[in-house]
Design a protein around this ligand. Structure first.
Ligand code: 9D3
Length: 255
């Protein structure tokens, strides 16, 4: 069972998230134990302050080291000791999260996710008590909470026995690094647009080949960076390229 402890000044943000959906199921099934902790529980002054003005001046506030390090040590054990937990600070300065990193994190025993707020945390917290910093992308959030939820969701869905349909994860790893091509459900025709004939042919080999080519074509069109180094020629990307062209036209008509 993977244990995840989250440290935040907004524990209430996590309540609906942890109660609902896949993450809730993972906890109910005993695949994960996720606990959220209020950083202010480790504040020692009368007003339970967790932030202070930055040395040297500048805008905003910085998270004080004492409550943060106390929280991390209480949850993860002290650095150098027989600490098994991996301590992660969610931070815009961190390494950008990708699926490979998520897969590594899913193999850990115990994660402590520390959510920053304000302009950041005192550097000594990072030096003394944090193993790694993770960002979820190049855009600005107000704090680490939403990023921590992204980590929790991405990691827990990989735990064995969490997803109802293990086939969908298999397929995912089979196509590792490719975007999904188009998908369809009923009705067979909607507003004059038909589902591609091959998908209704019942020929599983042909269907699989079509999905594979579509995935390559869409990836090549939208995220060529994902294909870099792959080298595998996309044999039938014409159809998806034309589709993408059509999408662009439609978009042009709207704007
Ligand atoms: C003066 C520069 N600051 C504002 C632009 C830096 C800054 C500090 C704190 C920017 C954002 C934040 C709060 N963000 C996070 O804690 C955070 C985050 C993010 O903003 N984007 C992507 N991933 C993450 S993980 C944590």
């Amino acid at each position: 069972m993977l244990r995840i402890d989250v440290v935040t000044i907004f524990p209430g943000l996590f309540e609906p998230f942890l109660g609902e959906s896949m993450v809730g199921i993972a906890c109910e099934r005993g695949k994960a134990r996720i606990e959220v902790h209020d950083l202010r529980d480790w504040a020692t002054d009368r007003h339970r302050t967790v932030d202070d003005a930055p040395y040297g001046g500048g805008p905003g506030m910085v998270m004080r080291p004492e409550p943060l390090v106390a929280a991390i040590e209480a949850l993860a054990g002290e650095q150098g000791g027989e600490r098994k937990a991996r301590v992660i600070l969610l931070s815009p300065r961190g390494r950008r999260l990708d699926q490979a990193r998520v897969e590594d994190l899913a193999r850990e025993e115990h994660l402590v996710l520390v959510c920053g707020r304000y302009e950041g945390v005192d550097q000594r917290v990072i030096d003394l008590a944090v193993d790694e910093e993770i960002s979820i992308g190049d855009y600005v959030l107000c704090g680490g909470e939403v990023a921590a939820m992204a980590v929790v969701e991405a990691v827990t869905r990989l735990l064995p026995g969490v997803l109802g349909n293990p086939e969908s994860t298999e397929r995912e790893s089979f196509r590792r690094g490719l975007l999904e091509g188009p998908q369809y459900t009923r009705p067979a025709e909607f507003r004059g647009r038909a589902v591609p004939e091959v998908l209704r042919s019942g020929d599983h080999g042909k269907v699989a080949g079509w999905h594979e080519r579509q995935a390559r074509a869409v990836t090549r069109e939208r995220r060529p960076d994902l294909l870099a180094g792959d080298g595998e020629p996309a044999t039938d990307e014409r159809e998806a390229s034309e589709r993408a062209e059509g999408e662009r036209k439609k978009e042009g008509e709207r704007t």
